[in-house]
Design a protein around this ligand. Structure first.
Ligand code: GP9
Ligand code: MN
Length: 617
């Protein structure tokens, strides 16, 4: 009796094991998943298992004939899904997402080449299905009757759950806050597995379509009224001053403002930027406003003048929305728009989101020569990145809007020996110590880039905007930071540390340091006005930074805000001048405004409200 029962359950285990092993083989042979250590290899190996146990476990609730059919159908479906991902990967070097399936341009590309992509060896994808099918046909008696006790079912699911927890526990150690923090699909597939990834994608898709479906244009009226009432106007002397010029945007990885004009061991940390700000507009009270989407959030804020979301990355969660981003607007006025970043194009879902933002071209990893010698840390060294980008700039139609995203100054702040222009700082915190060295390296890379732009005759014709994307030194490093700054890092100081440099270089304009309190959200209207494009009536939350007597005010994604007089953070109102704790009532009038703006911005994103704006109908 016992033997028969075991064999009756065997089909489930055979199905699970076959599909499990096959999935691992596919991971290793059809996808290019980078593995850095043994734990990652273990995660990759076990990641399909709990999902497969659960899905095939459903059959334990079914009657005998249905059970076998269910197992065969599931095996077939999952194999087909895996194959679909492999085909997609062969073409796009990316994993399938639901929005991608609905992106017609991708589908046409893919559809026309399915023949080419399919190989005879792809029959391998159904090996386990054929084996199962043969087993069912040859030994039908083994799988016919079902006698599984409730207790056995409980053990089965307990086991599946335990494996699932073990796997997710390992993944959490390797990549904390995976789902909210990282949205590189390769990283997701590596950590949660191909099948869980598809499920997660379905979940994200249904959540966002539910919110989208429930929205109608009516919420826009209130938002539009709010924006119109707060419109700050233009600076008529500077409006259109850079009209028709190329635009070079440079997102500087993890570059915080506290390094500007400072030294380590008697050496300037940013000698080039310190020089550059003398003949540029430099904003020294400018804040990053990013959330969990880090670099991608900064890109989102800068180009849309909307706030990012409080969890997740808009680039990933709302990539198919209608936007009215700077590249799209400039494209309409005759600009060629490009983003340049020598990383995996799917990181932060950029390849998809850039289409929604109106980019003509994304120069990513494939467009660069990357090898061990010219890489460090996260990839291509900044200097090489800029150098190799020059030819991309040369080939672009003019005028162009080109966004560069640097990478070397990324945590954990590694530099090659030959690229160390200053000695590390000397606290007992390696991260902080090395940060200055990578910042110094990026500064050097920027200097070279500017020289190359001059050589190529691109400098005089371009307006260059440089900004720090987000903090590099997190709250975990307060001790070493207090040492460097020579003062305790209170919540007030911690907010001050969220300042990143903003430098706007306009040929023919003399420089000035402006201390107006501002944030990344202000870049879009500021830039568009310099290029002579009006933003009056547009849905955006920033203001032109050159407007005379502009109100100093900026909101961070966690609800903190900074004005010319006060800093509100962690439910405390600090005096801006001294950093002393002050009366909460001083901050109260603006607490409501901060909340309203964040809330309006969330509504726009979650409801995809920009699809209802007039120009989009
Ligand atoms: C990855 C780079 C870094 O392409 O933009 O992203 P981050 O971790 O800083 O968000
Ligand atoms: Mn970044």
């Amino acid at each position: 009796m016992r033997n028969i029962m075991q064999s009756k359950r065997a089909i489930i285990f055979i199905a699970v094991v076959l599909l499990w092993i096959k999935t691992y083989i596919v991971y290793k042979t059809s996808f290019d998943i980078k593995i850095d250590n043994l734990i990652q290899e273990i995660i990759l190996f076990i990641n399909p298992l709990s999902f497969l146990l659960f899905i095939f476990g459903i059959s334990l609730f079914l009657k005998e004939t249905k059970r076998v059919r269910f197992i065969l159908a599931t095996s077939f479906f999952l194999s087909a899904l895996l194959l679909a991902n492999v085909l997609f990967y062969r073409f796009f070097n990316d994993f399938l997402t639901i929005p991608v399936l609905f992106q017609t341009s991708n589908l046409t590309d893919l559809g026309s080449s399915v023949d080419e992509l399919l190989k005879i060896s792809d029959l391998f994808f159904f090996t386990d299905f054929f084996i199962l099918f043969a087993l069912v046909k040859l030994k039908p008696i083994v799988f016919r009757t079902i006698l599984i006790s409730k207790q056995e079912r409980q053990i089965y699911f307990f086991l599946a759950l335990a494996i699932g927890f073990f796997h997710l526990g390992l993944a959490e150690i390797q990549r904390p806050q995976l789902l909210t923090r990282t949205f590189d699909r390769e990283m997701l597939v590596k950590n949660i597995g191909a099948y869980n990834y598809q499920l997660y994608d379905v979940f994200l898709q249904s959540k966002s379509s539910a919110q989208r479906t429930m929205a109608d244009g009516s919420e826009l009226v209130e938002i539009q009224n709010y924006i119109n009432a707060h419109y700050q106007g233009i600076n008529s002397e500077l409006f259109g001053v850079a009209k028709g010029k190329n635009v070079i945007m440079i997102s500087m990885e993890s570059l915080q403002n506290f390094v500007i004009n400072k030294t380590v061991g008697g050496q300037e940390i940013t000698p080039f930027l310190n020089q550059l700000i003398k003949d540029s507009f430099y904003f020294d009270h400018f804040y990053h406003q990013t959330g969990q989407g880090k670099t991608s959030d900064s890109e989102f804020i800068v180009e849309n003048s909307l706030y990012p979301l409080s969890r997740g990355a808009v680039f990933f969660t709302h990539a198919a929305n209608e936007y009215n981003a700077t590249p799209e607007i400039l494209k309409e006025t005759g600009y060629f728009t490009a983003a340049l970043h020598a990383n995996n194009k799917t990181f932060w879902n950029r390849d998809i989101m850039y289409q929604s933002l109106g980019y003509d071209r994304f120069y990513a990893m494939e467009d660069y020569e990357i090898n061990e010698a010219n890489s460090v840390g996260w990839g291509l060294k900044d200097r090489e990145f800029f150098e190799q980008s020059i030819r991309h700039l040369q080939e672009m139609p003019k005028p162009f809007y080109a966004k560069f995203i640097t990478l070397t100054n990324h945590f954990p702040f590694e530099t090659a020996v030959e690229d160390r222009y200053i000695e590390p700082y000397t606290s007992d915190d390696e991260t902080v110590n090395n940060y200055f060295v990578t910042v110094r390296y990026t500064d050097e890379a920027l200097k070279n880039f500017f020289n190359r732009l001059k050589d190529e005759g691109l400098y005089e014709n371009s307006i260059i905007v440089l900004y720090g994307d987000h903090y590099g030194i997190s709250e975990n490093h307060h001790k070493a930071m207090s040492e460097f700054l020579g003062k305790e890092v209170t919540p007030f100081e911690s907010t001050q540390l969220q300042r990143v440099p903003l430098i706007i270089h306009i040929p023919g304009q003399t420089g000035e340091t402006l201390s107006v309190v501002s944030g990344q959200i202000d870049i879009k209207p500021t830039l568009l006005h310099l290029l002579g494009v009006s933003t009056k009536g547009s849905i955006l939350f920033g203001d032109d930074l050159f407007v005379k007597n502009r109100e100093g005010y900026t909101v961070l994604r966690d609800g903190s805000f900074i004005t010319s007089d006060y800093v509100y953070t962690k439910d405390t109102c600090y005096e801006g001048e001294t950093g002393e704790v002050g009366e909460k009532s001083n901050c109260e009038p603006l607490m409501e405004k901060a909340k309203t703006e964040l809330n309006f911005s969330d509504k726009i994103i979650n409801g995809d409200l920009l699809r209802f704006t007039q120009s989009k109908q």
